[in-house]
Design a protein around this ligand. Sequence first.
Ligand code: MOS
Length: 693
Amino acid sequence: MSITVSPSATNAGLTRIDGPAKVTGTAAYAFEQPVESPLYLHPVQATIARGSVRSIDTSRASSLSGVVDVMTHENAPRLADASDAEYAILQGPEIGFRGQFLAAVVADTPEIARHAAGLVTVDYEVSEHDAELRWDHPELYAPEQVNAGKATDTATGDADAVLEQAAVKLDRMYSTPWENNNPMEPHTTIALWNDEGLTLYESTQGVHPVRMAIAPVFGLPPDDVHVIAPHVGGGFGSKGLPHANLVLTALAAQRLRGRAVKFALTRQQMFSVAGYRSPTIQRVQLGADPSGRLAALAVDVVVQTSRIKEFVEQAASPARMMYAAEHRRTSHRVAALDVPIPSWMRAPGECPGMFGLEVAMDELAEELGLDPIELRERNEPEIDPETGKPFANRRLLDCFRLGAERFGWDRRNSRPGSRWEGRRRLGIGVASATYPYMRQRASSARIRYEGEGVYAVHIGAADLGTGTWTTLTQIAAECLDVGVEQIRLQIGDSSLPMATVAGGSSGTASWGSAILAAAGRFREEHGTAPEAGAEVRVRSPRQLETEGLSMHSFGAHFAEVSVDADTGEIRVDRLLGVFSAGRIINPRTARSQFLGGMTMGLGMALHEQSVMDPRFGIVVNHDLAEYHVPTNADVRDMEAVWLDEFDEHVGPLGARGIGEIGIVGTAAAIANAACNATGIRVRDLPITPDKLL
Ligand code: MOS
């Protein structure tokens, strides 16, 4: 097979259908939906990390003019199902983490609500807390399984014995910090409770998943919960499932039946109730023969969860399928701490896990005197080493070959610290990327011919700013064989047909397959000259032929950095990502997704770190002034391209999904480039200037 970059990798595609509304400020996000005389909520949050409320004094808040209601655990409605501690808001006096909601003020204006919340005083029963993750934490445990239903531990052969005897052995510790999802749009809710049930305007990655998760909490039939979110300003996993802010707002609305209650998290509140990526501590051991072939590989990971709800970042999982090695072991151990509840953040598992593994591969290459790409070639597995299944479409090496040529890999000097430009040291590095194919099957789509050449296409999907409005319109037009201007797409409303979450890079493949199936059925039943009102509703078909295959996307990141020899300041001068992700539906929005992932990877490499003060159980840099993400000046020459592909295994759509792979491996490529520039191996992210001096 010849390797070609897709012509669409550089050509522009259909521009965003929602673009004009967004850039003119007329796209209404959840918080901006018109509701009649709304009230505003502001929460009171715990200022201790563990304990309980002894008493809570709301008298000053209640007597303030403009305050409509003050709700605490003493007067809040009881939930029908309080088994999920994240949703069991104001159901009792216990405190599981600092920042937990203890009360809420509802008032005529957000300013009054906020001021009144500050007048509520809480008397605490304080318990000892533990908010510090350590490799040797005394209470580490093995969870039943880790995120995405993966196995906690795996073992094949005898990794320890073989590592012991390996000709070349590497044994290193790596760490990635606590990182918080920081979408531009915060998590917002408008809740309205009336005779029809509960209406929620919610900033979410999935209106149907919210409905299904929240209905049982309030003891409502799922059809009595209506969730609306036509535009979403990013989520990165933190809006994949509802959080405490939704439950708190809905409880307030339940007490104030008939009045809409609005609550937008502040940036600071997002750091305690919107989920985050657990810090990871990773021990990576590689044992190779002198030619660089891995004989054994072991990856042991320690992560944290909250004491009140378990979420385990599956950071050891990508090591299970990346490279051939006969003897292998992976494990996850967890500490349950008095900290906020971790959750999904872009490419949970793969993203932090590929930092340790990919820096370790670079270290091994250095030890062997081998080119890092060559090392990966020598360890390319014939079949998935974890499952024994053949790979459906493993084109990792094609990504490297194409990237090497495009990036000018041959300019790399393998001796670290040997390239200078004035007082700056220059270096180049690479890392692999991978992300599993995770199409979900439960989506449905409805197509109705409205007459006058117009087709209404309905599906309760979400556009997080990723391009769903555009790509689903394109898919519908293509499958119906009509122009895109003939499609009237509707998404972001749970009264539309069922759609799965915009997560796991599965959105386009899942929803697109439902639309594709519906379009086929429509033409079968109604032909090409349908009558107005002709309609079909179709559930996405079961996919065939994939059971026996290992299905993943792959990629290669190339980074060039320069490091100021006097200050340690590091700049990522060039980044190239080459991806193999199946068919790319829209090159313009896809490029943006890849670049967005890579930019977030750049942030992970250089900037992002939630600093926990374990004495108080609080992330101290809980705002965008101190939690740094890349700005325009940090992003210099960045390019994303992709292989010309159509993945026949995933069905007639041919697309696997692209939301997450852009971030996987980026930070490792940058760390490897930094080492090539300076000779300094940074194993603990982020790579701040002090680490390069
Ligand atoms: Mo993504 S973290 O699965 O929204």
